[in-house]
Design a protein around this ligand. Structure first.
Ligand code: MN
Length: 390
């Protein structure tokens, strides 16, 4: 859902909310309405309800007003499972999700749990695995192993620990059906996000063999692309409810309906999406660049999102009548123009990283390599950085 996400355009001065963030919210409200109209028993939010651990009260109120309270009035239970965006790095810290604990029909899951529900006269056992940050997994492993665990071991030990826990809890369940609800990257799943990667370098991920075969279905949140990975059990990603990133511009969006009477147990229910059009135009070899750019823009752009990328030779941009382009794009919901200047005879950096964690680590290496608390600085700084970035 990514409620509270900041889009830097079409921001309402009174509320501070972008119309694009409302696109996301409106789809979320539509999913809740669908649940109400179809007498759902349970409404599950599979992580990343919020874009950050603390979002503006305005967003929290929108969620209360359009989703949580209407569902409560219709006697529909709500499960909120923490995702990487709304799970704090320290479990002692609170998150905007905790706002909703006060509702009798809402349950917030920030730790692994097992629940049993009844649906169409069938009992369903649910294994719930909220997102745990790497440092939380390290702490978990250290507690279970009763020793300090090195960087090279925690990942494998964490996987083993979670695999064994899920297997044991699945076997203990004596229900007609067994379903896993989790918020992780499962190796082999497809990614679409480009500017805002959901899966961060070094984050804890699942392998297929961790998911117990005794399950009837595994449903995952996290990746924005709705997809199904065939296997035992089938792994389904619900995907985001709207396109968050330009990499998702072709994707269908929606939510899952789970019903024990469906042959596959699940069905995908699509939601409306705002059209995103990416236009690439190359004017490095043309006599009439302004005209060529204007002709590359489709006639109907009303209410659509447009990204225009123009490849131009160095120094040519000033000859282009940019006001004509702006005038032409005005009808769009939102537009961005990116200029790619072809510069001759300059070379870039051979090795270059924009990964903030790598930049931080190399900064500490350069400036604090002899400091007595170098390791602590690295660890604490890394945690703060990850918290800020998530
Ligand atoms: Mn996520």
């Amino acid at each position: 859902m990514h409620e509270g996400i900041n889009f830097g355009y079409r921001v309402d001065a009174a509320t501070g909310i972008s119309d694009r963030a409302l696109d996301l919210h409106n789809n979320f409200a539509k999913a809740a309405r669908y649940a109400i109209e179809n007498n759902a028993a349970l409404f599950i939010i599979l992580g990343d309800l919020f874009d950050r651990t603390h979002v503006s009260p305005t967003f929290r109120e929108l969620v209360r007003k359009d989703v949580i309270e209407p569902l409560g009035n219709s006697k529909i239970k709500v499960w909120m499972i923490a995702g990487n965006h709304d799970q704090p790095h320290s479990s002692a810290k609170s998150t905007s999700l905790d706002d909703y604990r006060g509702y009798e029909h809402v349950e917030v899951f920030r730790k692994p749990a097992v629940e049993e529900i009844q649906l169409n006269k069938k009992s369903i056992g649910c294994i719930i695995m909220p997102y745990l940050h790497p440092e939380q997994i390290v702490k978990l492993v250290q507690k279970k192993e009763n020793k300090e665990v090195g960087k090279e071991d925690w990942y494998a030990l964490g996987r083993k620990l979670i695999k064994e826990w899920m297997k044991r809890r699945t076997e203990e369940l004596d229900t007609d059906l067994k379903i896993l609800f989790a918020h992780y990257y499962v190796e082999g799943a497809k990614l679409r996000e480009t500017a805002h990667p959901e899966v961060l370098p070094g984050e804890f991920s699942f392998t297929r063999d961790m998911i117990p075969k005794e399950l009837n279905l595994a449903v995952f949140g996290h990746i924005h692309l709705h997809q199904s990975l065939i296997g035992e059990p089938e792994v389904v990603y619900t995907g985001a409810i709207e396109r968050i990133d330009w990499g998702e511009r072709e994707d269908e969006k929606g939510f899952l309906i789970i019903d024990p009477d469906f042959p596959e147990l699940w069905n995908f229910e699509p939601l409306p999406t705002r059209e995103m059009i990416k236009i690439n135009v190359d004017i490095t070899d043309t006599q009439n660049p302004t005209k060529e750019i204007l002709e590359s823009i489709p006639v109907d752009i009303k209410e659509k999102m447009i990204r225009l990328e123009i490849r131009v030779n160095e120094g040519v941009r000033k000859k282009i009548e940019e006001y004509k382009i702006s005038e032409r794009l005005k009808a769009a919901f939102h537009y961005e123009v990116k200029w790619k200047e072809e510069i001759e005879g300059k070379t870039g950096f051979a090795e270059f990283t924009m990964n903030p964690l790598e930049l931080f680590e190399s900064f500490i290496e350069t400036n604090y390599s002899t400091h007595a608390k170098q390791k602590e600085i690295l660890k604490e700084g890394g945690e703060i950085l990850r918290e800020v970035l998530s």
